[in-house]
Design a protein. Structure first.
Length: 165
């Protein structure tokens, strides 16, 4: 069994994700949507994040990383993610920067870095919630069992509803 990734490995992944996302966004800026297989709308700007996290999930699941990652590691990334989110809300809310795709300014590099570290803050914080040991009811179990279907089908259904067939 492989140990969960270290703080250094997680931060390294975030940097690599930021660089890869930046490279993709040279050709496909954020909010540029393209048709895939003729009917699925996708945003190439986020493919590095989605594809790499999917691959990491395939690797992490059998190794039980969510169950074995120390909660302290999750707390660090919870603080990073919450700090970045709060900073963005405050900066946009006070009008210091504009909202939308330029959450942290107009620099594509800063946006890619912000998103990568916020993503890690959201993902790696999960062990913290594991420690809360909240009682899970029938509704939450049903939602959890159907979570992957929602992930796969939400975008095509949103595009059809919002933009028509």
């Amino acid at each position: 069994m492989h140990d969960p990734p270290s703080q250094r490995a997680i931060a390294g992944y975030a940097v690599l994700l930021a660089v890869t996302t930046f490279i993709i966004r040279v050709w496909y800026p954020q909010d540029r949507w393209v048709g895939f297989i003729g009917f699925i709308e996708m945003e190439p700007a986020h493919i590095p994040q989605y594809a790499s996290l999917f691959a990491i999930g395939l690797f992490a699941g059998p190794r039980r990383w969510l169950e074995t990652m120390p909660a302290r590691r999750g707390l660090v990334w919870l603080a990073i993610g919450a700090g970045l989110a709060i900073a963005a809300y405050l900066l946009v809310g006070t009008g210091i920067i504009s909202g939308g795709g330029a959450v942290v300014g107009s620099s594509k590099w800063r946006v890619c870095t912000y998103e990568a570290f916020l993503c890690m803050g959201v993902c790696v914080r999960l062990p913290v919630f594991r420690e809360l040991s909240l009682e899970v009811g029938r509704v939450w179990r049903t939602l959890a069992l159907n979570m992957f279907a929602v992930y796969v089908f939400h975008m095509p259904s949103c595009c059809c509803c919002c933009y028509g067939p």
